[in-house]
Ligand binder design. Sequence first.
Ligand SMILES: Nc1ncnc2c1ncn2[C@@H]1O[C@H](COP(=O)(O)OP(=O)(O)O)[C@@H](O)[C@H]1O
Ligand SMILES: [Mg+2]
Length: 327
Amino acid sequence: MKNKELLKVNNLRVHYPVRGGFWNRIVDNVKAVDGVTITIHQGDTYGLIGESGSGKSTTGKAIVGLENATKGNIYYQGMDITKKLTRRKLKYNREVQMIFQDPQLSLNPEKRIADIIAEPLRNFEKLSKEEEKIRVIQLLDIVGLGPEALYKYPHQFSGGQRQRIGVARAVATHPKLIVADEPVSALDLSVQAQVLNFMKKIQAKFNISYLFISHDLGVVRHMCNHIAIMNRGRLVEVGTKDDIYNHPMHIYTERLLAAIPETNVNQRKAHHENRLAVEKMYQEHKDEYYDKNGEALPLQKISDTHFAAIPKNRVNLLKSGSGKVSD
Ligand SMILES: Nc1ncnc2c1ncn2[C@@H]1O[C@H](COP(=O)(O)OP(=O)(O)O)[C@@H](O)[C@H]1O
Ligand SMILES: [Mg+2]
């Protein structure tokens, strides 16, 4: 049986006005997010993947309330929390937290770790100084840091340790969902694996669900059970891990798959050749996957779990059993 629905983003649009000219009028709109629908169930690690500028961070910010929806709705446990007032009433801000890409920038450099981690707690709970200290030490322990961290400042830690502190802060209020925006992209490869591992551990321990944002399909391969591919503000493919990695349908997904860095030295040559071949196919065929305004086509149903923004005639080909997109 499928787990309970936790978050539903329904046809979300976030458009930024562009001003210009002598009167500084609105002359255009940046459609950062242009009709995104995703459903996250309890226990999911849901990957939102696309190259830089596709609208991933804006989607994440709209979910946690750092950005307003221009159109569309966000439901949390079935309740519409699109408006600020309902978010407050439902303690939504306590239950949904965000982790940012660069822990250097997201942790206040002038505050001690004790205060950085306690800050979200102070917003929601009335704890004595002593109780607060005990909680912060517990949180540090969960992310593998000792109590000596309490009175230090962010610059006294490495990048990986700072991201641990960011995670401790995010889990302080016992959230049900964490939006993790490129949480390891600023870290060295070896440190990335450590941070991903303890994010997984924390997930099991506290029953947290993640919306995991990344530009790299390789990073989320071992994390995510469900994936949405975002491109130019829209979703171009949605599916289970197996759908996306083993049966990609959209040309943009195939390109992201080919771009996953190859760590095995013996495979590098083959990997590079494959990447060139996919790029050639992409340049030759990409126009078929977008309308005349350059916008992604509507999603078509491939199976109960798998949807892709591919031309209708391709879907018909699939139904008649004539095989794969790139045949
Ligand atoms: N505050 C803003 N004002 C205007 N445009 C913005 C703003 N924030 C983001 N954008 C634009 O929206 C698009 C999507 O940005 P973003 O969500 O940050 O993408 P991603 O996280 O996938 O790299 C980009 O073209 C970006 O320049
Ligand atoms: Mg981003």
